[in-house]
Design a protein around this ligand. Structure first.
Ligand code: AMP
Length: 400
C-alpha cells in the first residue's frame, strides 16, 4: 500500500450522485463533486478540485453514465483517477438489515445480500446499489466497500430495538428498530469525547443529528443505547420532508377515508410531511426568515419541530441517567443557533445551559456552547460522514 492512500467516497441518491476523493490520513478533500438530475436530458455536474470548479451539462442516462461524467470531470481537472493512489471506493449504503453490522467488501454475494434488503429500504438500497454496480464495472480492480448507516445501531439493547407488535410477525418480516445516520452518530460521538479530552468509553452523550433528515441517539460509553429512527428513517424527529413519529392509525385511517393507497401514504409521509408538510418549505433558513416576517404556518412548523426534539432529549437523558454532553451536528444542528437555544431552553434545573455568546459564534470547528461550569456540556461538533466512510473503507482493505 502507498504512503498516502486515497479513497473515493460515493453517496448515490435516486437522481443524484455525490462523490469525494479523500485522503483518510489527513482528512484532506482532494476533490468533491455532484451529478444531479440523473436520468434526464438536462443533468448537471459540478466538480471542485484545488480551488477550481469544472462543470458539465447534458443528458445523463443512469448512475453508470453519472460516474463516467465524474471521471471525465476528474480528467478535466487534471487527475486520472486510475493513476492516483486509490485503494478503495467507499459506498454509503443505507440499510444493512440484521446481516451487516460492519463495513463489508462488495463481492457478488454482498451485493446480492444488500439487494435482498431492498424491501426494507426501497427508497435507498436500490439506488445505493446502482452506484456500487456501476463502480464495480468501471473500476473492477479497486476494492469496493459498503459502509452501512445502520451499523452503529446493530447492537441496540433489545428493549430499544423491539416494537411492541406480534413477535412472530416481527420475526418473520425482520421488523425491528434499526436506526440510521449511524456513521454520523459514531463519528460525532468519538469527536465529542475527544473534545472533552476523555475516553469514549467513559462519556454519555445525547447526539442530535439535525439535517434535512434528522435523528437523535443516546450513546453510553461509545455504544448507542437508543436512537430515534426505526425500521426506516421515517420514525422519530420532525424532519425536512418526513413526519417522524405519528399515530400509526393515521395510515389506515387515510387509506379508509381519503382513498389513498399504500404508496400515496408512503410518499406523503416521506416526501411531503415534516417541515415541508407543515409550512411548504423544508429549508430552515427560509423558515426562519418567514417566522421573522410573521408567518404563522412557519411558526407552528418550528414549534412542532422543537417540541419533538425536546421530547427526545428528555427521553434520552432518562435513558442515560447521567449525561456528560448534548451534541448538535449536521446542517441545522451546526448552523441554527436559535434551534440549539430553543431545544435546551429552561433546562437549568438539569444542569443544562447555553451561553448565548458562545452559541452565536459561527465556526467549522467543534466547540462548546455551554458555560465552562455547567454540569452538562453542550457541544457543536461538525459531522463528516465522507471522512468516516473513507477511514472505514481504508481500515477494511488494509486488514484484508
Ligand atoms: P444536511 O442534511 O446536514 O446537509 O442539512 C441540510 C439542512 O441544513 C438544510 O435543509 C437547511 O435547513 C439547514 N441549514 C444549512 N445551513 C443553514 C444555516 N446557515 N442556518 C440554518 N439552517 C441551515
Amino acid at each position: 500500500m502507498t504512503d498516502r492512500p486515497v479513497v473515493l467516497v460515493l453517496n448515490a441518491g435516486s437522481s443524484s450522485l455525490k462523490y469525494q476523493l479523500v485522503e483518510p490520513g489527513s482528512g484532506e478533500r482532494i476533490a468533491t463533486g455532484i451529478v444531479e438530475r440523473i436520468g434526464s436530458d438536462d443533468a448537471s455536474a459540478r466538480h471542485e478540485q484545488a480551488g477550481e470548479t469544472v462543470e458539465s451539462h447534458g443528458a445523463v442516462a443512469d448512475h453508470k453514465d453519472a460516474l463516467h461524467t465524474a471521471l471525465d470531470l476528474f480528467a478535466q481537472a487534471g487527475t486520472d483517477l486510475r493513476s492516483t493512489d486509490l485503494v478503495a471506493v467507499g459506498h454509503r449504503v443505507v440499510h444493512g438489515g440484521r446481516r451487516f453490522s460492519e463495513p463489508v467488501v462488495l463481492d457478488d454475494e454482498a451485493v446480492a445480500a444488500i439487494d435482498d434488503l431492498s424491501s426494507l429500504a426501497p427508497l435507498h438500497n436500490p439506488v445505493n446499489l446502482a452506484g456500487v454496480r456501476a463502480m464495480r464495472e468501471i473500476l473492477p480492480e479497486v476494492p469496493q466497500v459498503a459502509v452501512f448507516d445502520t451499523a452503529f445501531f446493530h447492537d441496540l439493547p433489545a428493549h430499544a430495538a423491539t416494537y411492541a407488535i406480534d413477535d412472530e410477525i416481527a420475526r418473520r418480516y425482520d421488523i425491528r428498530r434499526y436506526g440510521f445516520h449511524g456513521t454520523s452518530h459514531e463519528f460525532v460521538s468519538a469527536a465529542a469525547a475527544d473534545f472533552l479530552g476523555r475516553p469514549a468509553s467513559e462519556v454519555n452523550l445525547v447526539v442530535l443529528h439535525l439535517g434535512n433528515g434528522a435523528s437523535a441517539s443516546a450513546v453510553r460509553g461509545g455504544r448507542a443505547v437508543d436512537t430515534s429512527m426505526g425500521l426506516t428513517p421515517l420514525e422519530g424527529l420532525v424532519m425536512g420532508t418526513r413526519s417522524g413519529d405519528l399515530d400509526p392509525a393515521i395510515v389506515a385511517y387515510l387509506e379508509r377515508v381519503a382513498d389513498m393507497d399504500v404508496d400515496a401514504v408512503d410518499t406523503m409521509l416521506n416526501k411531503n410531511a415534516g417541515l415541508k408538510g407543515l409550512c411548504g418549505e423544508n429549508d430552515f433558513r427560509t423558515i426562519t426568515a418567514w417566522i421573522e416576517e410573521g408567518d404563522e404556518r412557519a411558526r407552528l412548523a418550528y414549534d412542532v419541530y422543537i417540541h419533538r426534539l425536546r421530547r427526545y432529549i428528555g427521553a434520552y437523558m432518562v435513558d442515560l441517567g447521567r449525561v456528560d454532553a448534548i451534541v448538535f451536528t449536521a446542517g441545522v444542528g451546526e448552523n441554527a443557533a436559535t434551534v440549539r437555544a430553543d431545544a435546551l431552553a429552561g433546562l437549568e434545573g438539569f444542569g443544562i445551559r447555553v451561553d448565548p455568546d458562545a452559541n452565536a459564534i459561527r465556526s467549522h470547528d467543534a466547540r462548546r456552547i455551554s458555560p465552562d461550569d455547567a454540569p452538562v456540556a453542550v457541544l457543536v461538533v461538525p459531522t463528516d460522514e465522507e471522512l468516516a466512510i473513507a477511514r472505514k473503507a481504508l481500515e477494511l482493505v488494509r486488514a484484508g
